[in-house]
Design a protein around this ligand. Structure first.
Ligand SMILES: Cc1cc2nc3c(=O)[nH]c(=O)nc-3n(C[C@H](O)[C@H](O)[C@H](O)COP(=O)(O)OP(=O)(O)OC[C@H]3O[C@@H](n4cnc5c(N)ncnc54)[C@H](O)[C@@H]3O)c2cc1C
Length: 386
């Protein structure tokens, strides 16, 4: 039986929700995506993502978008180095030795480019912009009535929470809450790096630099739009970002305070702070318990960060969100019964996402441990040998 006549609502137009919508749509379904933001332009989507062969790229394959991705991704973005605060290199992948599309690879793509790729692949009426879901109320045993901040309502056969870290739908199946991970970040931007900070651009190269020491980090990534996005990371108490007294709205006044936090780091690394010329954004990093599972419930499920929010220290969140979207869509397409489809997806997802969440948690602890650069260098070598 094809249940393409069932009303499927996806809450959230992030990488997870959009992949789900696309795979369903290519199989003749008509899902609706309700997105709280007013348009695709409302918010800067953030940094660059590396999409892995067996998760993000696998999802794009299911969505029929892998070739289009290969046209716009940056294979050279896989290059990078791991250093300590003195600049000593513990591991390096140069741009001319990174894998291409024919090999196991993790090419980079800016979030905006990825989101546009997915949005443009959907029929224009798929996304309902400006629909922030405030509540989902059960109707009988199987349906949900969705309420939105704009006063609108919908009754659906399946509501999929793709609404990220602080999901409004998650409480329907789980009591778990996103908790502070113990890591805080301050994001800096160096716009037009090649022209405005050529020395730093040369040091950084077309990929990433991970400088780790003293339970802190300077983690920098070249983005497709020519900016270097920098995350200053700290293992810290929950109130660190306020207590450190950085004027986040005044970059020039913030710089000396930021430099003081990295006072004995090499000049090349301090240059990431000195050269900053864009906005500063403080970010507390949250995560869900590891593993996070729930009893399947008719008419509702979770994908992406709503299901398994984790810190960014394995670069896995968006990859998994997309894989979830593809797996759930394929399960719906291949099963006669919607409840069975949801349950099968959940069991499969709990396994792969649970493993990745545990790996991510271990990575986070490693990044902020003693001799972190040496340990991460060793880990990267062990991955390369697998
Ligand atoms: C600093 C940082 C760096 C990261 N780096 C990487 C990386 O390199 N690689 C990687 O794979 N992952 C990375 N991640 C993780 C990645 O960003 C997330 O895992 C991913 O975006 C999750 O996708 P999603 O579709 O589940 O949710 P989101 O991308 O959070 O999308 C949720 C969508 O739902 C909408 N929404 C929210 N609430 C509502 C509501 N009530 N009603 C309607 N709409 C709503 C939001 O506006 C948004 O559009 C990083 C995260 C951070 C914080």
């Amino acid at each position: 039986m094809n249940h393409s006549s069932k009303r499927i609502a996806i809450i959230g137009a992030g990488p997870g929700g959009l992949t789900l919508a696309r795979v369903l749509q290519t199989a003749g379904y008509n899902p609706v995506v309700y997105e709280g933001e007013a348009s695709r332009y409302e918010r800067q989507q953030g940094g660059t993502l590396d999409l892995e062969t067996d998760s993000g790229q696998k999802a794009l394959q299911a969505a029929g978008l892998l070739e289009a991705f290969h046209q716009v991704c940056r294979f050279e973005g896989q290059s990078g180095k791991i250093v300590d605060k003195s600049g000593k290199v513990y591991h390096e992948d140069t741009a001319d030795e990174v894998p291409d599309a024919d090999h196991y690879s993790r090419p980079e793509i800016d979030r905006t480019v990825l989101r546009d790729l997915l949005l443009d692949s959907l029929r224009p009426d798929t996304i309902q912009w400006g629909y922030k879901c405030s509540e989902a109320i059960p109707v009988g045993d199987r349906q949900f009535e969705l309420h939105f901040d704009n006063g609108k309502m919908d009754v659906v056969d399946l509501v999929v929470a793709a609404d990220g870290a602080f999901s409004r739908i998650r409480p329907l199946v789980s009591e778990a809450k996103a908790e502070y991970s113990g890591v805080s970040m301050i994001e800096l931007n160096i716009l037009d790096a090649a022209n405005r900070s050529p020395e730093l651009a040369a040091f950084n190269g077309p990929g990433s630099v991970y400088a780790l020491d003293d339970r802190k980090g300077i983690m920098a990534q070249m983005n497709g739009d020519g900016r270097i996005r920098v995350y200053l990371g700290f293992q810290a108490e929950r109130d660190f970002l306020e207590s450190v007294d950085i004027p986040y709205d005044d970059l020039e006044k913030a710089k000396p305070k930021l430099l003081a936090l990295f006072a004995d780091w090499s000049d090349e690394l301090q240059n990431y702070i000195t050269s900053a010329n864009g906005v500063i954004t403080p970010r507390r990093i949250y995560m869900l318990p590891v593993p996070h599972t729930w009893e399947s419930r008719s008419g509702v499920t979770l994908i992406g960060d709503a299901a398994h929010l984790m810190s960014p220290f394995a670069g896995a969140g968006a990859n998994l969100a997309m894989l979830d979207g593809a797996e759930l869509a394929l399960s719906i397409i291949n099963n006669e019964d919607l409840d069975t489809a949801v349950r099968q997806y959940e069991l499969k997802m709990f396994e792969y996402a649970g493993a990745t969440a545990a790996e991510t948690k271990a990575n986070m602890e490693l990044f902020f441990s003693d001799n972190a650069a040496a340990k991460l260098g060793e880990l990267m070598r062990s991955y390369a040998e697998q």
